[in-house]
Design a protein around this ligand. Structure first.
Ligand code: KG4
Ligand code: ZN
Length: 337
Protein backbone atom coordinates (compact mmCIF):
# COMPACT_ATOMS: atom_id res chain seq x y z
CA UNK A 1 0.00 0.00 0.00
CA UNK A 2 1.26 3.44 -0.97
CA UNK A 3 0.20 6.40 1.17
CA UNK A 4 0.64 10.12 0.68
CA UNK A 5 1.14 11.87 4.04
CA UNK A 6 0.45 15.56 4.70
CA UNK A 7 1.55 17.45 7.82
CA UNK A 8 0.33 21.02 8.40
CA UNK A 9 -0.37 21.21 12.15
CA UNK A 10 1.93 24.10 12.94
CA UNK A 11 4.69 25.88 11.00
CA UNK A 12 6.09 23.07 8.85
CA UNK A 13 4.55 21.90 5.60
CA UNK A 14 5.57 18.25 5.32
CA UNK A 15 4.73 15.81 2.52
CA UNK A 16 5.87 12.22 2.04
CA UNK A 17 5.01 8.95 0.34
CA UNK A 18 5.34 5.74 2.35
CA UNK A 19 5.08 2.33 0.74
CA UNK A 20 4.34 -0.56 3.11
CA UNK A 21 6.53 -2.88 0.99
CA UNK A 22 9.36 -0.57 0.00
CA UNK A 23 9.45 1.96 2.84
CA UNK A 24 9.74 5.70 2.48
CA UNK A 25 9.81 6.68 -1.21
CA UNK A 26 10.16 10.46 -0.88
CA UNK A 27 9.70 13.23 1.63
CA UNK A 28 9.88 17.03 1.52
CA UNK A 29 9.60 19.68 4.16
CA UNK A 30 9.08 23.38 3.88
CA UNK A 31 9.78 25.17 7.16
CA UNK A 32 8.07 28.50 7.78
CA UNK A 33 10.40 29.31 10.68
CA UNK A 34 12.15 32.18 8.87
CA UNK A 35 8.75 33.82 8.32
CA UNK A 36 7.71 33.47 11.97
CA UNK A 37 11.17 34.31 13.36
CA UNK A 38 10.64 38.05 13.16
CA UNK A 39 7.59 37.70 15.44
CA UNK A 40 9.45 35.46 17.90
CA UNK A 41 6.89 32.66 17.51
CA UNK A 42 4.29 31.15 15.20
CA UNK A 43 1.59 33.54 13.89
CA UNK A 44 -1.35 31.18 13.23
CA UNK A 45 -2.98 33.11 10.38
CA UNK A 46 0.33 33.46 8.52
CA UNK A 47 0.95 29.75 9.04
CA UNK A 48 -2.41 28.77 7.47
CA UNK A 49 -1.90 31.01 4.46
CA UNK A 50 1.58 29.69 3.84
CA UNK A 51 0.41 26.05 4.03
CA UNK A 52 -2.11 26.92 1.30
CA UNK A 53 0.71 28.24 -0.88
CA UNK A 54 3.16 25.42 -0.27
CA UNK A 55 1.18 22.20 0.12
CA UNK A 56 0.18 21.35 -3.46
CA UNK A 57 3.56 22.28 -5.00
CA UNK A 58 5.22 20.02 -2.42
CA UNK A 59 2.81 17.18 -3.26
CA UNK A 60 3.85 17.49 -6.93
CA UNK A 61 7.54 17.49 -6.00
CA UNK A 62 7.19 14.43 -3.80
CA UNK A 63 5.23 12.52 -6.47
CA UNK A 64 7.99 13.35 -8.98
CA UNK A 65 10.78 12.35 -6.60
CA UNK A 66 9.05 9.06 -5.80
CA UNK A 67 8.46 8.53 -9.57
CA UNK A 68 4.89 7.95 -8.62
CA UNK A 69 1.71 8.74 -10.59
CA UNK A 70 -1.38 9.73 -8.65
CA UNK A 71 -2.93 6.43 -9.79
CA UNK A 72 -0.19 4.55 -7.89
CA UNK A 73 -1.42 5.90 -4.55
CA UNK A 74 -3.70 3.81 -2.32
CA UNK A 75 -4.54 6.37 0.36
CA UNK A 76 -4.03 9.85 1.74
CA UNK A 77 -3.18 10.58 5.38
CA UNK A 78 -3.34 14.05 6.83
CA UNK A 79 -2.74 15.43 10.31
CA UNK A 80 -6.18 15.96 11.84
CA UNK A 81 -4.95 17.32 15.20
CA UNK A 82 -3.86 18.49 17.66
CA UNK A 83 -2.44 21.79 16.43
CA UNK A 84 -3.46 25.18 15.04
CA UNK A 85 -7.05 24.94 13.80
CA UNK A 86 -6.52 26.94 10.60
CA UNK A 87 -3.28 25.18 9.72
CA UNK A 88 -4.85 21.76 10.31
CA UNK A 89 -7.84 22.66 8.13
CA UNK A 90 -5.55 23.31 5.16
CA UNK A 91 -4.08 19.81 5.32
CA UNK A 92 -7.43 18.20 6.11
CA UNK A 93 -9.35 19.91 3.30
CA UNK A 94 -6.65 19.36 0.68
CA UNK A 95 -5.95 15.80 1.84
CA UNK A 96 -9.62 14.82 1.89
CA UNK A 97 -10.25 16.45 -1.49
CA UNK A 98 -7.28 14.79 -3.18
CA UNK A 99 -8.37 11.39 -1.90
CA UNK A 100 -11.90 12.02 -3.17
CA UNK A 101 -10.65 13.14 -6.57
CA UNK A 102 -8.37 10.12 -6.86
CA UNK A 103 -11.02 7.69 -5.59
CA UNK A 104 -8.92 6.40 -2.68
CA UNK A 105 -9.49 6.38 1.11
CA UNK A 106 -8.35 9.17 3.41
CA UNK A 107 -7.45 8.99 7.07
CA UNK A 108 -6.94 11.72 9.67
CA UNK A 109 -3.86 11.08 11.79
CA UNK A 110 -3.15 12.18 15.37
CA UNK A 111 0.00 14.31 15.21
CA UNK A 112 1.48 12.82 18.39
CA UNK A 113 0.84 9.28 17.16
CA UNK A 114 2.82 10.31 14.10
CA UNK A 115 5.71 11.39 16.33
CA UNK A 116 5.40 8.25 18.43
CA UNK A 117 5.65 5.97 15.39
CA UNK A 118 8.43 7.91 13.63
CA UNK A 119 11.12 5.47 14.90
CA UNK A 120 9.36 2.80 12.79
CA UNK A 121 10.81 4.54 9.71
CA UNK A 122 14.34 3.70 10.85
CA UNK A 123 16.27 0.53 9.91
CA UNK A 124 15.98 -1.19 13.31
CA UNK A 125 12.48 -0.26 14.55
CA UNK A 126 11.32 -0.99 18.11
CA UNK A 127 8.94 -3.85 18.86
CA UNK A 128 5.92 -3.33 21.12
CA UNK A 129 5.49 -2.80 24.03
CA UNK A 130 7.69 0.12 25.01
CA UNK A 131 7.94 3.22 27.15
CA UNK A 132 7.57 6.43 25.12
CA UNK A 133 8.89 9.86 25.98
CA UNK A 134 7.13 12.37 23.72
CA UNK A 135 8.71 15.79 23.86
CA UNK A 136 7.59 18.52 21.48
CA UNK A 137 6.63 22.18 21.41
CA UNK A 138 3.14 21.40 22.68
CA UNK A 139 3.51 18.14 24.63
CA UNK A 140 5.69 16.50 27.25
CA UNK A 141 4.51 13.06 28.21
CA UNK A 142 5.52 9.59 29.24
CA UNK A 143 3.28 6.81 27.96
CA UNK A 144 3.08 3.08 28.32
CA UNK A 145 2.65 1.87 24.74
CA UNK A 146 1.21 -1.65 24.43
CA UNK A 147 0.52 -1.51 20.71
CA UNK A 148 -0.64 1.04 18.15
CA UNK A 149 -3.60 2.91 19.64
CA UNK A 150 -3.19 1.40 23.13
CA UNK A 151 -1.55 4.16 25.13
CA UNK A 152 -1.57 4.71 28.87
CA UNK A 153 -0.52 8.06 30.21
CA UNK A 154 2.10 7.77 32.95
CA UNK A 155 2.97 11.44 33.32
CA UNK A 156 2.72 14.76 31.54
CA UNK A 157 3.60 18.40 31.97
CA UNK A 158 1.31 20.31 34.28
CA UNK A 159 2.24 23.60 32.61
CA UNK A 160 4.65 24.42 29.75
CA UNK A 161 5.81 21.70 27.38
CA UNK A 162 9.57 21.25 27.41
CA UNK A 163 9.94 22.48 23.81
CA UNK A 164 7.89 25.54 24.74
CA UNK A 165 10.29 26.18 27.66
CA UNK A 166 13.23 25.95 25.21
CA UNK A 167 11.46 28.42 22.90
CA UNK A 168 10.53 30.90 25.64
CA UNK A 169 13.99 30.78 27.23
CA UNK A 170 15.63 31.35 23.84
CA UNK A 171 13.35 34.33 23.31
CA UNK A 172 14.22 35.96 26.63
CA UNK A 173 17.91 35.43 25.88
CA UNK A 174 17.48 37.14 22.53
CA UNK A 175 18.22 33.91 20.61
CA UNK A 176 16.32 32.98 17.46
CA UNK A 177 13.19 30.92 16.84
CA UNK A 178 12.70 27.97 17.13
CA UNK A 179 14.51 28.09 20.43
CA UNK A 180 15.55 24.45 20.91
CA UNK A 181 18.39 24.31 18.38
CA UNK A 182 19.48 27.88 19.30
CA UNK A 183 19.72 27.01 23.01
CA UNK A 184 21.66 23.85 22.14
CA UNK A 185 24.14 25.86 20.04
CA UNK A 186 24.63 28.52 22.73
CA UNK A 187 24.87 25.85 25.45
CA UNK A 188 27.77 24.20 23.65
CA UNK A 189 29.75 27.44 24.10
CA UNK A 190 28.64 27.94 27.73
CA UNK A 191 30.69 27.49 30.89
CA UNK A 192 29.48 24.52 32.92
CA UNK A 193 28.61 25.30 36.53
CA UNK A 194 28.30 29.08 36.41
CA UNK A 195 24.53 28.80 36.81
CA UNK A 196 22.50 25.96 38.22
CA UNK A 197 18.74 25.78 37.70
CA UNK A 198 16.20 23.52 39.46
CA UNK A 199 15.14 20.09 38.19
CA UNK A 200 11.39 20.68 38.73
CA UNK A 201 9.33 17.95 40.43
CA UNK A 202 12.17 15.44 40.57
CA UNK A 203 12.39 15.49 44.37
CA UNK A 204 8.93 13.99 44.83
CA UNK A 205 7.44 10.75 43.55
CA UNK A 206 5.46 10.65 40.31
CA UNK A 207 6.07 11.05 36.63
CA UNK A 208 4.52 14.44 35.91
CA UNK A 209 6.61 17.38 34.73
CA UNK A 210 6.61 21.13 35.20
CA UNK A 211 8.78 23.42 33.12
CA UNK A 212 7.46 26.90 33.82
CA UNK A 213 9.62 27.27 36.96
CA UNK A 214 12.74 26.42 35.01
CA UNK A 215 11.92 29.09 32.46
CA UNK A 216 11.40 31.56 35.33
CA UNK A 217 14.79 30.61 36.83
CA UNK A 218 16.42 31.45 33.49
CA UNK A 219 14.48 34.72 33.39
CA UNK A 220 15.63 35.67 36.90
CA UNK A 221 19.27 34.89 36.05
CA UNK A 222 19.00 36.94 32.86
CA UNK A 223 17.73 39.93 34.88
CA UNK A 224 20.40 39.67 37.57
CA UNK A 225 23.32 39.72 35.14
CA UNK A 226 24.39 41.85 32.24
CA UNK A 227 23.34 39.81 29.21
CA UNK A 228 26.67 39.69 27.38
CA UNK A 229 27.39 36.87 24.95
CA UNK A 230 29.12 34.73 27.60
CA UNK A 231 26.29 35.07 30.07
CA UNK A 232 23.73 34.12 27.41
CA UNK A 233 25.72 30.99 26.60
CA UNK A 234 26.14 30.15 30.30
CA UNK A 235 22.40 30.52 31.00
CA UNK A 236 21.58 28.43 27.91
CA UNK A 237 24.01 25.80 29.18
CA UNK A 238 22.42 25.64 32.64
CA UNK A 239 18.92 25.61 31.13
CA UNK A 240 19.68 22.73 28.78
CA UNK A 241 21.38 20.75 31.58
CA UNK A 242 18.37 21.21 33.87
CA UNK A 243 15.78 20.42 31.18
CA UNK A 244 17.62 17.31 29.97
CA UNK A 245 18.37 16.15 33.51
CA UNK A 246 14.70 16.45 34.43
CA UNK A 247 13.64 14.33 31.42
CA UNK A 248 16.43 11.84 32.22
CA UNK A 249 15.38 11.43 35.87
CA UNK A 250 11.72 10.87 34.93
CA UNK A 251 12.62 8.38 32.18
CA UNK A 252 14.81 6.40 34.56
CA UNK A 253 11.99 6.37 37.12
CA UNK A 254 9.35 5.32 34.55
CA UNK A 255 11.57 2.51 33.24
CA UNK A 256 12.08 1.24 36.77
CA UNK A 257 8.36 1.43 37.56
CA UNK A 258 7.16 -0.24 34.37
CA UNK A 259 9.98 -2.72 33.80
CA UNK A 260 10.01 -1.84 30.08
CA UNK A 261 13.17 -2.84 28.25
CA UNK A 262 12.60 -0.48 25.30
CA UNK A 263 12.42 3.31 25.38
CA UNK A 264 11.22 5.36 22.41
CA UNK A 265 12.01 9.07 22.38
CA UNK A 266 10.24 11.23 19.80
CA UNK A 267 9.09 14.78 19.07
CA UNK A 268 11.11 17.91 18.33
CA UNK A 269 13.08 17.96 21.58
CA UNK A 270 14.13 14.39 20.79
CA UNK A 271 16.51 15.99 18.28
CA UNK A 272 18.50 17.42 21.19
CA UNK A 273 21.99 15.89 21.11
CA UNK A 274 22.56 16.06 24.88
CA UNK A 275 19.24 14.34 25.60
CA UNK A 276 20.00 11.61 23.06
CA UNK A 277 23.45 11.01 24.51
CA UNK A 278 22.32 10.92 28.12
CA UNK A 279 19.43 8.54 27.47
CA UNK A 280 21.66 6.24 25.42
CA UNK A 281 24.08 6.12 28.37
CA UNK A 282 21.21 5.34 30.71
CA UNK A 283 20.02 2.58 28.40
CA UNK A 284 23.48 0.97 28.37
CA UNK A 285 23.69 1.11 32.13
CA UNK A 286 20.32 -0.49 32.88
CA UNK A 287 20.06 -2.69 29.80
CA UNK A 288 17.28 -0.82 28.00
CA UNK A 289 17.30 -0.31 24.21
CA UNK A 290 16.74 3.33 23.32
CA UNK A 291 15.17 4.20 19.96
CA UNK A 292 15.08 7.57 18.24
CA UNK A 293 13.95 8.74 14.85
CA UNK A 294 16.73 10.50 12.89
CA UNK A 295 16.78 14.16 14.03
CA UNK A 296 14.93 15.33 10.90
CA UNK A 297 12.06 12.98 11.78
CA UNK A 298 11.97 14.12 15.44
CA UNK A 299 10.68 17.51 14.39
CA UNK A 300 7.49 17.79 12.35
CA UNK A 301 7.51 16.00 9.00
CA UNK A 302 5.21 14.31 6.50
CA UNK A 303 6.93 10.91 6.69
CA UNK A 304 5.61 10.13 10.16
CA UNK A 305 2.06 11.02 9.05
CA UNK A 306 2.33 8.85 5.93
CA UNK A 307 3.58 5.97 8.09
CA UNK A 308 0.96 6.30 10.85
CA UNK A 309 -1.73 6.73 8.18
CA UNK A 310 -0.58 3.58 6.38
CA UNK A 311 -0.94 1.53 9.56
CA UNK A 312 -4.48 2.77 10.17
CA UNK A 313 -5.56 2.54 6.52
CA UNK A 314 -4.20 -0.97 6.28
CA UNK A 315 -6.31 -1.91 9.28
CA UNK A 316 -9.36 -0.63 7.41
CA UNK A 317 -9.79 2.72 9.14
CA UNK A 318 -10.88 5.64 6.96
CA UNK A 319 -12.77 8.91 7.12
CA UNK A 320 -16.20 9.59 5.69
CA UNK A 321 -16.63 12.30 3.08
CA UNK A 322 -16.76 15.02 5.73
CA UNK A 323 -13.49 16.32 7.04
CA UNK A 324 -12.57 18.22 10.15
CA UNK A 325 -9.73 19.24 12.42
CA UNK A 326 -9.33 18.65 16.14
CA UNK A 327 -7.19 21.44 17.56
CA UNK A 328 -7.30 19.74 20.96
CA UNK A 329 -7.17 15.97 20.97
CA UNK A 330 -5.67 13.71 23.60
CA UNK A 331 -3.46 10.88 22.42
CA UNK A 332 -5.12 8.74 25.09
CA UNK A 333 -8.49 9.06 23.28
CA UNK A 334 -7.17 6.96 20.38
CA UNK A 335 -8.13 3.33 20.00
CA UNK A 336 -6.38 0.50 18.23
CA UNK A 337 -7.33 0.54 14.54
O1 KG4 B 1 7.66 18.15 17.25
P1 KG4 B 1 7.91 19.56 16.88
O2 KG4 B 1 8.66 19.84 15.62
O3 KG4 B 1 6.57 20.36 16.82
C1 KG4 B 1 5.53 20.15 17.71
O4 KG4 B 1 4.77 19.17 17.54
O5 KG4 B 1 5.47 20.95 18.66
O6 KG4 B 1 8.68 20.20 18.12
C2 KG4 B 1 9.10 21.51 18.09
C3 KG4 B 1 9.84 21.81 19.37
C4 KG4 B 1 10.18 23.28 19.48
O7 KG4 B 1 9.81 23.71 20.78
C5 KG4 B 1 11.69 23.29 19.30
O8 KG4 B 1 12.32 24.34 19.99
C6 KG4 B 1 12.09 21.94 19.85
O9 KG4 B 1 11.08 21.08 19.42
N1 KG4 B 1 13.39 21.50 19.34
C7 KG4 B 1 14.46 21.28 20.14
C8 KG4 B 1 15.54 20.92 19.28
N2 KG4 B 1 15.05 20.92 18.00
C9 KG4 B 1 13.75 21.27 18.07
N3 KG4 B 1 14.61 21.39 21.47
C10 KG4 B 1 15.83 21.12 21.98
N4 KG4 B 1 16.91 20.79 21.22
C11 KG4 B 1 16.80 20.67 19.88
N5 KG4 B 1 17.86 20.33 19.15
ZN1 ZN C 1 5.16 17.89 16.28
Amino acid sequence: MRVLGLETSCDDTGVAIFDTERGLLAHKLYSQSAMHAEYGGVVPELASRDHIRKLLPLVREVLAEAKCATGDLDGVAYTMGPGLAGALLVGASIGRSLAYAWGIPAVGVHHMEGHLLAPMLEPDPPAFPFLALLVSGGHTLLADVRTIGDYRLLGESLDDAVGEAFDKTAKLLGLGYPGGPEIAKAAARGTPGRFRFPRPMTDRPGLDFSFSGLKTAALTASRQHALDAHTIDDIAHAFQEAAVDTLFIKCARALEQTGHTRLVVAGGVGANALLRMRLLELGKKINVRVYYPRPAFCTDNGAMIAYAGSVRLRAGQQEGLAFGARARWSLMDLAAP
